[in-house]
Design a binder for this molecule. Sequence first.
Ligand SMILES: [Zn+2]
Ligand SMILES: [Zn+2]
Length: 254
Amino acid sequence: MFDSHCHLTDGRFDKDRAAVLDTARDAGVTRMVTIGSNLADSRAAAGLAKEHPEIWATSGVHPHEVSDAKDSDLGAVRELAATRAEVVAIGETGLDYFYDHSPRELQSRWFEAHFEIAADLDLPIVIHTRAAEDDTIAILRNAPGSVRKVLHCFTGSMKLLEVGLEEGCYVSFAGIITFSKFEGQDAVRAVPEARLLAETDAPYLAPVPRRGKRNEPAFVTHVVTALADIRGGRAEAVAETTMENANRFYALPS
Ligand SMILES: [Zn+2]
Ligand SMILES: [Zn+2]
């Protein structure tokens, strides 16, 4: 299995990171991409990826964090992605109007700037979007079409899904799809097989039956099982498909 989006640099893994990676391997999770949330975190992610052949990293500033970032961080994000082989994507970037931790105008500006970097470096982009569908759609419509994109931890409307698919996005689902109150089954079913990814977003959002605990990459197995249950089919097949898709998305050797 491939956990296409996790945050292994998070402080909640500081005490037992090696054990978490062992548990992942024992659960059959053989590849992970650890996502950068700001410049320092992206550097840490690249460092962790360099130490572990099963881990790759991304470089970017999360919309929550852009109000604390310096303009010069953008150049440094680009530099990190351009110079480090372990860095395989730009992000996570996007828009989050649910929390509004950063001014919306600033979130948009950084989102567009991340797209420019991705286009320049020919790297895919990891998109976080919450409660910001109209502005996300507008930016997707204007984005350089050549860039591979993923809507990560998808919980949006069918409209956002349709636009995203039209614009060539991959769609990644996380542990939310295992919650009893989850209502996005139609979206889960509507993603073409070749665009489907699985992720944990660990340490956040642990899936049932681990809900409320710290999430970790091993638990992507619960996401894969839920994808199979909702879409119909075998978990083994979903594991294989999401592995192939993540390899293609991040341009990794299979
Ligand atoms: Zn996110
Ligand atoms: Zn994330």
